[in-house]
Every structure is written in C-alpha cells, then in structure tokens.
Design a protein around this ligand. Structure first.
Ligand SMILES: [Zn+2]
Length: 93
C-alpha cells in the first residue's frame, strides 16, 4: 500500500471552498493595514475569500487588520497566506 503523505492534505488546491473564481484579484498590489471603513459607520467589508467580517473595533469572529487592494477589497491574514502563491500578489512596502 502506498504511504499517504500527511503534508499533502494542507496544500491548497483549485477546489478549496474559498475559491470562487476571484480572478480579478490576480497579481493585485496589496497593502497591510488596520481596517477602516470607507465612510464612518459603514463597516460591512469582508474577506474576499472566506467572508470573515472586518471591523475597526475588537469583535469576536471578526478581524481588525488585513491586506487591502487599491480599490479597497479586503483579504484576511489566513487567506493571504493560503493564496499568495496562487494569485501572485505584490505586497506594497
Ligand atoms: Zn479570509
């Protein structure tokens, strides 16, 4: 019997549930930022992949900072790490 490699199950594949054809995010220029809504009181941004909500205050089940594109689309830490190679993102420094 062939040995299964436990490491392989952690590899992100094209069938990951978070992938919904976000081709518009390919090779985007990203910046790491503390979340801030475009307008005061309109906090309804979420991660483009896993839909975790972004909030400017500490709220359970939400995140306070992440990677943002030039047109203010947000990607959380976890998804950035999971998909950075697949999407070839460029990080602004
Ligand atoms: Zn995410």
């Amino acid at each position: 019997m062939k040995n299964s490699n436990a490491k392989e199950s952690n590899v992100i594949t094209q069938t990951d549930w978070r992938l919904q054809g976000q081709d518009w995010l390919r090779e985007e220029l990203l910046r790491y930022e503390r979340y801030a809504p475009v307008r005061h009181g309109s906090e309804h941004d979420h991660c483009e992949f896993c839909w975790v909500p972004f909030r400017s205050r500490e709220v359970p089940g939400t995140v306070r900072e992440g990677y943002v594109t030039q047109d203010r689309r947000w990607i959380c830490d976890t998804c950035y790490e999971a998909f950075k190679l697949m999407f070839e993102w460029v990080l602004e420094t």
